[in-house]
Write a protein that binds this ligand. Structure first.
Ligand code: BG6
Length: 528
């Protein structure tokens, strides 16, 4: 703006030093819409995962307009179904498992994209028909292996033989569900087999924990704020507790699978170690797939290896016996459908880990997971060291009854689920003439701070696979590093003198032996 002042030279108004922020609306999820045409081929289309997670996630992506205009879903399984029968089955699944049931119109528009193809996974001759059904190509292709892991390699090999996996073509991707192997040797075998036919950037190993909003928030919280990250190291942190506690058991349908797996393979190898990676990793140079995964791998490689002779001391395994969960009677694991009545499979694992790197040297990380525990809760609690001198008395009151207690440490809790959010525990002066401290809590709850619902993990991950973004998928060296750490535990458990299997009553917080793990560090589990 120019202002004429008398006869003098026009005077130029200086620009304001503080500029108002642009008033453009914040970008919404539609900027993540996939645009290139895509064919999504799901192997294992009649299985539990497809019904509970994949089909509802694809339907919701479609409903929100995030799938490309030209996208098709080809569902593949062994049993013959007519197109109508298969679509009706999927409609039931989506009604049962999607947070908003589909309207007839919405379903109609989705169902035209959905087709069924019957094929025996290990019958190589059947894949020419699949190739013909898929047509000429030209679109991106996502092959999703939601099958028993025994079929992973036969399917990949047969797709390769049928010319459906052009090596090195990043538009052709294979999504592999866990488990990635049963131990180090089988994981390496699988990796070698896959690498012979596919480039690493064509392989998307899915771990649905990495699609959870609150898991991703660990990175945003740590690296998007300045105040806490400076405290995340051995100088200030006393220990870290990672808990993945479930109240469910085998639900009448999972016993057969679970009995061949156990908690270590089912949750520790993947979800729990991913949480560890995110809370312990160094900041990546940029927020990009390679850099983020490099940092997570470094954490796994820094885990202090366990010798077989240490397993009994550092790792506790348990199995539930009959009890009551949330006031309902729960049978013993060995009485669950599909479980061997003499099974020694662990339904609970707790362990103490040390990360031998500059940041975390000497800080114990305690990790536990289990079925049929007292409460469903997944959280990471970072417990800080106490101040060097206790100047005040701490008092803890429940109602009007107060007790003098020990000074309470500061704890930062990432609540992954439920009650998604973050809490900070600290001490405040109790009102009154006395100088007494009382533990208090500062809370952030997602559902209070934001009006938008948290997206489903599978929705995000499926969309990423369709868009070719591998940031949230696990790389082969990451899988290998996790198995390298866990392999001595599996070996000790299956060896001639295995450490004991501790029993715990369903509905409790696990075997008391797990408490001893923390005792040496003067800590106790946060059972809440
Ligand atoms: C799966 C395990 O990967 O994760 C299940 O196979 C477990 O046993 C589940 O129950 C937990 O996932 P979430 O999302 O319910 O915490």
């Amino acid at each position: 703006m120019l202002i004429a002042v008398g006869t003098q030279e026009p005077f130029a108004m200086p620009e304001p030093t503080v500029r108002l922020l642009d008033r453009t609306p914040a970008p919404d999820d539609s900027v993540c819409r996939a645009t290139d045409p895509v064919a999504i081929v799901i192997f294992g289309a009649t299985g539990d995962l497809t019904a509970r997670k994949l089909m509802p996630a694809l339907f919701n992506l479609h409903r929100r307009g995030l799938l490309p205009e030209r996208s098709a879903i080809l569902a593949v399984a062994r049993r013959p179904f007519t197109q109508e029968a298969f679509r009706a089955m999927m409609l039931e699944a989506v009604r049962a498992h999607s947070h908003i049931p589909p309207s007839p119109d919405e379903w109609e528009r989705f169902a035209v994209r959905l087709a069924y193809y019957a094929l025996v996974f290990d019958d190589a001759s059947a894949y020419a028909g699949l190739a013909a059904a898929l047509g000429e190509g030209g679109e991106a292709r996502v092959f999703y292996l939601a099958t028993d892991p025994a079929f992973f390699m036969p399917i990949i090999e047969n797709l390769g033989r049928a010319g459906l996996l052009p090596a090195g073509d990043p538009a052709v991707r294979v999504v592999i569900e866990k488990p990635f192997g049963r131990d180090l040797a089988s994981a390496l075998d699988l990796s070698r087999g896959v690498a012979a036919l596919l480039a690493e950037d064509q392989v998307y190993r899915i771990d649905h924990y990495l699609g959870k909003e609150t898991v991703l928030n660990i990175l945003s919280f740590r690296f998007g704020n300045a105040i806490f990250e400076t405290l995340f190291n051995s100088r200030y942190v006393d220990h870290v507790q990672i808990t993945v506690a479930e109240t469910v058991g085998m639900e009448g349908r999972r016993g057969q699978y679970y009995d061949t797996s156990g908690a270590l393979r089912d949750v520790v190898q993947n979800h729990a170690l991913q949480l560890l990676g995110l809370v312990a990793m160094e900041p990546p140079a940029v927020f990009a797939p390679k850099e983020i995964r490099d940092e997570k791998v470094k954490v796994l490689r820094s885990l202090r290896p366990l010798r077989a002779s240490q397993v009994g001391r550092e790792v506790v395994r348990g199995q539930y016996v009959a009890g009551a969960v949330e006031d309902r009677p729960a049978p013993a694991y060995r009485a669950e459908q599909g479980v061997d009545p003499r099974s020694n499979t662990e339904t609970y694992v707790a362990m103490r880990l040390l990360i031998d790197n500059w940041r975390w040297a000497g800080v114990p990380f305690f990790l536990r997971t289990g079925k049929r525990l007292a409460r469903r809760t997944t959280e990471i609690a970072v417990q800080f060291k106490q101040p060097p001198l206790h100047l005040f008395t701490t008092v803890e009151c429940v109602g009007d009854v107060c007790d003098i207690s020990q000074a309470k440490p500061n704890v930062l809790v990432f609540r992954i689920q439920p009650d998604e959010g973050i809490s900070l525990l600290f001490s405040a002066k109790r009102p009154g003439m006395l100088f007494q401290l009382h533990p208090v809590q500062m809370d952030f709850f997602y559902n209070q701070a934001f009006s938008a619902a948290l997206p489903e993990a599978y929705e995000r991950l499926l969309l990423d696979a369709v868009r070719g973004d591998s940031t949230l998928f696990t790389r082969s060296d990451e899988v290998q590093a996790a198995w390298e750490f866990l392999d001595p535990i599996l070996k000790a458990w299956s060896g001639p003198k295995p450490p004991p299997l501790h029993f715990y009553e369903a509905g409790t917080w696990g075997p008391p032996a797990a408490d001893d793990l923390l005792e040496a560090s003067g800590a106790t589990w946060r059972n809440r």
